[in-house]
Ligand binder design. Structure first.
Ligand code: SF4
Length: 322
């Protein structure tokens, strides 16, 4: 058993919360302070069980559909964004909307609208059923085709190929997406790319960091929930680099057998995973034989996204400073 062994631990950098997740969580924090529970959130605010359960304990009610929200209540849209149809439904039910959509997701929505206005059909590279994909496709029903893999890219059949563009979900595997794009370019030479990569900076940085980690670690633990797209991608990237990769929600899910024979265990965390879960995991590994813990060097992220003006105004008023 791994308990008898000694091994070292390396932490990826950057890891964990991105700017969009920090912003979404702060929005719900302020909404609770200003409007008091219950505050409704449509879908999980970010795809992390620990974050969601923490908010549930503080009076947040997560719903899948707006018809579960009583009229005139406060409802927060999650970081993954919503379609115009959902916004319209919220307005028709007189709900007070607070939008926590990540600005980088909004950027993709705006690209859809611009391209459709210019007469393009769009191939969206992304995963069927993911909240972000559902919201993005809802911007232009019938004009966006979804492709989730190279196999699907080989079969997709757009209505015309002269004015064709591709966009991507923000949290995909950079390398896998490059392969799909190459295939689309081969099939549709006129296809145009987004002006700036849609896979967001946080996703790219965390994937680069896990590749660095995989050069040194035999086993990589990725902290993140099963429905967190970027966490699942991190695990895939680690495995592709030759490490044994395991995604876990928290330290209690680590099977000691996974660490058998490992001289170096790496840890990273998806963009929606709190750092507290990394600390807990490090402590668990120390108890199982970790002799040293080091953080790898990596890029520093200093991106911050502004909070919604209307929420800041409401907070100022509620705090008596308005
Ligand atoms: S992963 Fe990227 S797109 Fe998603 S919330 Fe974070 S910064 Fe925004």
């Amino acid at each position: 058993m791994a308990e008898d062994r000694s091994f070292k631990v390396l932490l990826a950098s950057p890891r964990g919360f991105c700017a969009g997740v920090e912003r979404a969580i702060e929005i719900v924090d302020i909404a609770l302070e200003v409007y008091h529970p219950p505050v409704y959130v449509r879908k999980q605010i970010v795809h992390n069980r620990y974050v969601v359960e923490g908010f549930q304990n503080r009076g947040v009610i997560f719903v899948d559909s707006l018809d579960e929200v009583p009229p005139e209540s406060v409802v927060v849209f999650s970081a993954h964004g919503v379609s115009p149809a959902v916004r319209e439904e919220a307005r028709s039910r007189s709900l007070r909307i607070i939008d926590a959509t990540c600005p980088l997701v909004t950027k993709v929505h705006l690209e859809v609208l611009r391209l459709v206005r210019e007469g393009y059909d769009i191939i969206l590279i992304g995963h069927a059923g993911h909240d972000e994909v559902v919201g993005t496709m809802g911007e232009a029903p019938g004009r966006v085709m979804l492709v989730g893999s190279a196999a699907e890219a080989a079969l997709v059949n757009p209505p015309q190929t002269q004015r064709l563009a591709y966009l991507t979900q923000t949290t995909l595997s950079v390398d896998e997406t490059a392969g799909i794009v190459a295939l689309l370019r081969e099939r549709f030479p006129a296809i145009i790319a987004p002006p700036k990569d849609d896979i967001c900076f946080a996703t790219q940085h965390r994937q680069n960091a896990v590749k660095d980690l995989a050069r040194m670690a035999d086993v990589i633990l990725v902290l993140g929930s099963a429905n967190s797209s970027n966490s699942v991608r991190l695990c895939e990237v680690a495995v592709k680099q030759g490490a044994k990769g395991y995604r876990v929600d928290n330290a209690s899910e680590i099977n000691p057998d996974w660490l058998e024979g490992a001289a170096c265990v790496g840890i990273t965390a998806g963009a929606s995973t709190p750092e507290a879960l990394v600390h807990e995991t490090v402590n668990r590994l120390r108890a199982q034989g970790a002799t040293s813990v080091e953080t790898l060097p990596g890029v520093t992220e200093d991106v911050q996204f502004a909070l919604p003006r209307s929420l800041l105004d409401a907070a100022r008023e509620a705090r008596g400073n308005g």
